[in-house]
Design a protein around this ligand. Structure first.
Ligand code: P1T
Length: 383
């Protein structure tokens, strides 16, 4: 498959040629843990399945292509992928900048796990170039960006941050989980590394936990591959198959996630029970112009602040019917949650604490009229 092929063509074909022996058009789930060698060290590319597995290789080639990367590595979860990137780059005494509204698990990994090894960190508003400039230290080796962020949907200018980070000799990592490579390709905007929770839109069906790292830097890729094998947080062949199957429909799913989100953001905007809607597609969103420049569309995640505060938000998330009250995001079914008490509880009492009036929606692929009506009914109820 040529690198010039379109996104949907690459999603369906890269790394997924029909099986050379049987002609099967679906990538086999290759369960072997070990592979025969003709003589010592002479083999067909695989020795032991933690080090390399054909189903995983297919997934790695495919998602790397979608991100415009020369190398891709699949991990057992998004956190395992993040851990490999952070550990590969940061030594004790090094400093990392993270967004001040990063995913709670990213914050926990940096502030509780990496910090215990002597890594230093700052949480910064990455939409403010002055704040970023002030946070950079001679020891800063990594700037970590999420855009749009989880759960505030803050949009960060990837090209601008890449220039600042590189000017300082630091690498730029972008967590592309919310946008996916269909909507945004950070490497093309100057990022050095992309990470994913493939549990979300890449898998797309709430049935697999996985992570991914993509880069065009061979030195970094070798370090990530070393940790992938040395630490061993690898996905099973079945999990790789599920993500690969999800990726085939990523483009069509994202188009519908975005259009459904647009209808919902429009309904929420101006509803008396809603104080503020956070969706980058709204012209009043602070990151709208940057998002319009660096994204194909504005994504399927919508957050909003309940006008009556925390208790109203907590009550609201429990009374929808089509939206299911649950953590996670990015799948066919719509989900609703209360970040301060659920996904971002680990950031409570930290600089990353989430507004308790915030409600987060992962807008799925159900009929848009049903989604809008479900939320409207939940919001209209007067207690
Ligand atoms: O759950 P896991 O596959 O390990 O991925 C972690 C992760 C990394 N980055 C972002 C932006 C994420 O949103 C996540 C996981 N997030 C949730 C589970 C959630 O409900 O927000």
């Amino acid at each position: 498959m040529s690198d010039g092929a379109g996104f949907e063509t690459r999603a369906i074909h890269v790394g997924q040629e029909p099986d050379p022996v049987t002609g099967a058009v679906v990538t086999p789930i290759s369960l072997a843990t070990t592979f025969r060698q003709d003589e010592v060290g002479k083999h067909g590319g695989y020795e032991y399945a933690r080090t390399g597995n054909p189903t995983r290789r297919s997934l790695e080639e495919c998602v790397a292509s979608l991100e415009g990367a020369s190398r891709g590595l699949a991990f057992a979860s998004g956190m395992a992928a993040e851990d490999a990137v952070l550990r590969a780059v940061l030594a004790p005494g090094d400093h990392v900048v993270i967004p001040d509204d990063a995913y709670g698990g990213t914050f926990r990994l940096v502030a509780r796990v990496l910090a215990a090894t002597g890594v230093e960190w700052s949480a910064v508003d990455l939409t403010d170039p002055v704040a970023l400039g002030a946070a950079l230290r001679p020891t800063t080796k990594l700037v970590w960006v999420e855009t749009p962020t989880n759960p505030m949907l803050t949009v960060v200018d990837i090209a601008a941050i890449a220039a600042t980070a590189h000017g300082h000799g630091a690498h730029l990592v972008v967590d592309n989980t919310f946008a996916t490579p269909y909507l945004q390709t950070p490497l093309a905007l100057g990022a050095d590394v992309v990470v994913h929770s493939s549990t979300k839109y890449l898998g797309g069906h709430s049935d697999v936990v996985g992570g991914f790292v993509a880069t065009n830097d061979d030195g970094l890729a070798d370090s990530f591959a070393f940790l992938q094998n040395a630490v061993g947080a690898v996905p099973s062949p079945f999990d790789c198959y599920l993500v690969l199957r999800g990726v085939k429909t990523l483009g069509v799913r994202m188009d519908r996630h975005c259009s459904n989100a647009r209808a919902i953001a429009g309904m929420l905007d101006g509803h008396p029970a809603v104080e503020r809607v956070l969706w980058p597609g709204l012209p009043g969103h602070s990151g709208h112009d940057v998002a319009a420049r660096q994204m194909r569309d504005f994504g399927g995640m919508v957050s909003f602040l309940a006008a009556d505060g925390e208790e109203a938000a907590v009550a609201l998330v429990a009374r929808t019917n089509v939206f299911t009250l649950a953590e996670s995001l990015g799948a066919v079914e719509s989900l609703i949650e209360h970040p301060a008490r659920m996904t971002h509880a680990s950031a409570a009492d930290s600089p990353l604490a989430v507004d308790p009036a915030l409600v987060r929606l992962s807008v799925g692929l159900e009929s848009v009229d049903d989604l809008v009506a479900d939320l409207r009914t939940a919001l209209d109820r007067v207690d």
